[in-house]
Design a protein around this ligand. Structure first.
Ligand code: NAI
Length: 331
């Protein structure tokens, strides 16, 4: 058998983790032959609740789940980690200023970045989910200089899956038939869900999404705002933020990163910007990527319309502002 992988999940007693942990334990993330050791990090006062989650994991009788570490000490949680899924974050409270939110989270992701730097494997792959995810990811990366920059990513796969879902619903087809939608930029309401290069395959026939939907007003209007505001719509309906779909997207993100994407298939991942598509280096920006052999590659050479360019720059500017504000909080 392959050696077990150590997977850190922070915010492990929260609602996303409650949907996520069983998926990791049952092989959905790493496949049916890969044992896992779960490292669960929570804040100290939540440890009693975390013990309940640990009991449930034990009672799940998961053949692949080799061991569980539950702790409030980041240096214990991140020890020898192969993967770190950073879900825990400080939630936005009513009346809270943006600067307060950034400052609370900057503190958390500084500590966790430092712990990753100190005790995780240098090959650790990091996925930040806790909001503001892209900027939190940038901070963790900043405080973990001994880990390759490209190992730090943030979750926009949920937005990607939402975009696919909306196209499938509009056309009355399965999401299986919808390919290569793209999420550009920030996991926030400025994100740009882009259908210009995507296609659908219906009855064996390949068609661009644009031609199949045949309604550019919708694709450049309601489609974009529906995806951008989907998180808020779920909070309004459920009174809690999306958790089941977030957990599912986390599994998709890591699984594809590790096991690869199907030939010709793009997925969206927020990764360190490298100048691709004229987005300056220094932020964590969602791009279309393909994955192979445990590495992602930003898809190059796509045509960018003037409409797209405007949206891609706007979401970049928000990230640049968040970065500036977060770094100021740490002065
Ligand atoms: P939740 O509030 O149910 O759980 C968060 C957990 O994190 C809590 O148990 C809390 O005690 C813990 N936590 C807080 N600070 C921590 C720290 N320093 N170390 C370890 N644990 C800590 O929240 P939920 O619904 O699970 O969401 C978690 C985060 O994910 C939120 O920030 C949410 O906005 C974000 N999110 C991101 C999505 C994305 O697509 N990027 C999608 C959905 C949610």
């Amino acid at each position: 058998r392959k050696e077990a992988v150590r997977v850190v999940v922070t915010g492990a007693a929260g609602q996303i983790s409650y949907s996520l942990l069983p998926l990791i334990a049952n092989g959905a993330m790493f496949g049916p032959d890969q044992d896992v050791i779960l490292h669960l990090l929570e804040v100290e006062f939540v440890l009693p609740a975390l013990q309940g989650v640990v009991m449930e994991l034990e009672d799940g009788s998961y053949p692949l789940l080799k061991d569980i570490v539950a702790t409030s000490d980041a240096n214990v949680a991140f020890k020898d980690a192969d993967f770190a899924i950073l879900v825990g974050a400080f939630p936005r409270k009513d009346g809270m200023e943006r600067a307060d939110l950034l400052s609370k989270n900057a503190g958390i992701f500084k500590v966790q970045g430092q712990a990753l730097d100190k005790v995780a494997k240098k090959s650790v792959k990091v996925l930040v989910v806790g909001n503001p995810a892209n900027t939190n990811c940038l901070l963790a990366q900043h405080f973990a200089p001994s880990i390759p920059k490209e190992n730090f990513t943030a979750l926009t796969r949920l937005d990607h899956n939402r975009a696919k879902g909306q196209v499938a619903k509009k056309l009355g087809v399965s999401v299986r038939d919808v390919h290569n939608v793209i999420i550009w930029g920030n996991h926030s309401s400025t994100q740009y869900p882009d259908t210009t290069v995507g296609h659908v395959v219906v009855n064996g026939e390949k068609k661009s999404i644009r031609d199949a939907v045949n309604d550019n007003k919708y694709l450049e209007g309601d489609f974009i705002s529906t995806v951008q505001k989907r998180g808020a719509a779920i909070i309004a309906a459920r009174k809690f933020s999306s958790a089941m779909s977030a957990a599912n997207a986390i599994v998709d993100h890591i699984r594809d990163w590790v096991l690869g994407t199907p030939e010709g298939e793009y997925v969206s991942m927020a990764v360190p910007s490298d100048g691709s598509y004229d987005i300056p280096e220094g932020v964590i920006y969602s791009y279309p990527v393909t994955c192979k052999n445990g590495k992602y590659t930003i898809v190059q050479g796509l045509t960018v319309s003037e409409f797209s360019r405007g949206k891609m720059v706007a979401t970049y500017e928000e990230l640049a502002d968040e970065k500036k504000a977060a770094l100021e909080q740490l002065q």
